[in-house]
Design a protein around this ligand. Structure first.
Ligand code: NDP
Ligand code: 7N6
Length: 319
C-alpha cells in the first residue's frame, strides 16, 4: 500500500527535516523492498502539502492538522500537552509520542546541573568572564556522594536521572503514581506524599508530564517542605512547577538555587527575574538535545509506519 509520510517543517527547531526524511526514505535500507509501491516521505508545511499525506511527524501543533485527512500524527516530543486530545479522538486521528528516548541525555544534563552546584562550577564560569580569581567560602563546595535526591516522576527521564545519581553514591528517593519498586530508588512515594518525599532532599528533580493532575504539582507547600539548602531541577514542563511560588522562595533565600530547562513561557522573556540569580541555571529547553535525536525518532516512526500500513496497533500511542 502506498503510504505518504509528511515531516512537518517545525521539526527544524530540533534537527533539519531532511535528515529525518533521509533516515526514513523507503528507497533506502530496511524499507527498500517497499519502495516500488509509491510510498514516500516528504517535508511539508502548507495546508495543501498536509492534505497529500497519510500521516505526519511534527514538533508543533497546528489546527490545520485536524482537517487534513491524516490518520496518524507523531510528536517528536515525549510531552504532548499542546495537542487537543478530544478533537483528535473525535476525528479518529491517532497520536503517538516519543517517550522512551530521552533517558541518557536528560540523565546526563541533570547530573551536570547537580555537579555544577556541588562543585560551584557555574560560579567560577561567571566570575571568569571578569577575570576574577576567587576561592569559594570554605563551607560552600560539596560532593554528590552521600547527598540526597528526590526524583518526581520515575519514567524514562526519572530513571535516567536516578541511575546516574545512584552511581555517584547519592541517596535516591522518588515519586510516581504507582508505588512499586524502581531500580536505583531506595523508596518510592505517591503524589500525595510529595512533601514527605522532598523533606530531606538536597536536590529535587521534576520529570513528570504536564497533565491536569500535575499542573502546579510543585507549588508553595511542596517548595516550603524542601530544606533551605535544596536545589530544584525542572526538566518536565514549566506548568508543573508554580513559577510565582518558586520565585518567592528564591528571592527570600528559602532555597539554595534551581536549574530550569522549561518555563510557562518559552523562550524565557529577556526581562524574566529567573535570569538574574547567581544560583539559577537556565537552559533553553535543551536538556534532551543530542545530535542523535533524529535517529531515535526515526526508529519509532519506522516501526509505526510499518504497523500503520499493516493495520496493527501503534507503539507509544497516546490517543
Ligand atoms: P514517562 O511516561 O516515561 O514517565 C512519566 C512519569 O511521570 C511516570 O513515572 C509517571 O508515574 C509519573 N507521573 C505521572 N503523573 C504523575 C503525578 N501526578 N505525580 C507523580 N508522578 C506522575 O515520560 P517521560 O519520562 O518520557 O517524560 C516525562 C515528561 O518530561 C514528558 O511528558 C515531557 O513533558 C517532559 N520531557 C522534557 C524534556 C526536555 O527536553 N526537558 C525531554 C523529554 C520529556 P507512573 O510511573 O506511576 O506511571
Ligand atoms: C527536544 C525536547 C519532550 O517533551 O520537550 C521534549 O520530548 C523534547 C530537545
Amino acid at each position: 500500500m502506498a503510504f505518504t509520510l509528511g515531516i512537518h517543517e517545525s521539526v527544524d527547531l530540533i534537527f533539519p527535516p531532511t535528515v529525518l526524511r533521509d533516515a526514513l526514505d523507503p528507497d533506502d535500507g530496511a524499507d527498500a523492498a517497499d519502495s516500488d509501491d509509491g510510498s514516500e516521505v516528504r517535508v511539508v508545511g502548507s495546508a495543501a502539502e498536509l492534505e497529500a499525506c497519510d500521516a505526519l511527524v511534527t514538533f508543533a501543533y497546528e489546527d490545520a492538522f485536524l482537517s487534513a485527512g491524516l490518520s496518524w500524527i507523531h510528536s517528536i516530543q515525549a510531552g504532548v500537552d499542546r495537542f487537543p486530545f478530544d478533537e483528535l479522538e473525535s476525528r479518529g486521528i491517532r497520536l503517538t509520542n516519543s517517550t522512551g528516548i530521552h533517558g541518557d541525555a536528560i540523565g546526563e544534563t541533570v547530573l551536570g546541573y547537580m555537579i555544577q552546584f556541588a562543585r560551584r562550577l557555574h560560579r567560577y564560569r561567571d566570575r571568569g568572564r571578569d577575570g576574577e580569581w576567587k576561592h569559594p567560602e570554605w563551607d560552600e563546595p560539596f560532593t554528590l556522594s552521600g547527598e540526597s535526591l528526590c526524583v518526581v516522576g520515575l519514567g524514562t527521564l526519572g530513571r535516567g536521572i536516578a541511575a546516574r545519581a545512584d552511581a555517584c553514591g547519592m541517596e535516591v528517593v522518588g515519586v510516581r503514581r504507582t508505588p512499586t519498586p524502581v531500580d536505583h530508588v531506595r523508596e518510592v512515594y505517591t503524589p500525595g506524599e510529595i512533601e514527605a518525599a522532598v523533606a530531606d532532599a538536597r536536590f529535587v528533580a521534576v520529570a513528570t508530564p504536564l497533565t491536569e493532575e500535575t499542573r502546579g504539582l510543585i507549588g508553595a507547600d511542596e517548595l516550603a517542605a524542601m530544606p533551605e539548602s535544596a536545589y530544584l531541577l525542572n526538566v518536565s514542563r514549566g506548568g508543573v512547577v508554580d513559577e510565582t511560588a518558586l520565585l518567592a522562595e528564591l528571592e527570600n533565600d528559602r532555597l539554595a538555587g534551581a536549574a530550569l530547562d522549561v518555563f510557562e513561557t518559552e523562550p524565557l522573556p529577556r526581562d524574566s527575574p529567573f535570569w538574574g540569580f547567581e544560583d539559577v541555571i537556565v537552559t533553553p529547553h535543551a536538556a534532551a538535545a543530542t545530535r542523535d535525536y533524529y535517529r531515535r525518532i526515526a526508529d519509532i516512526v519506522r516501526e509505526n509506519r510499518r504497523r500503520a500500513v499493516a493495520g496493527e496497533s501503534l507503539v507509544n500511542q497516546v490517543i
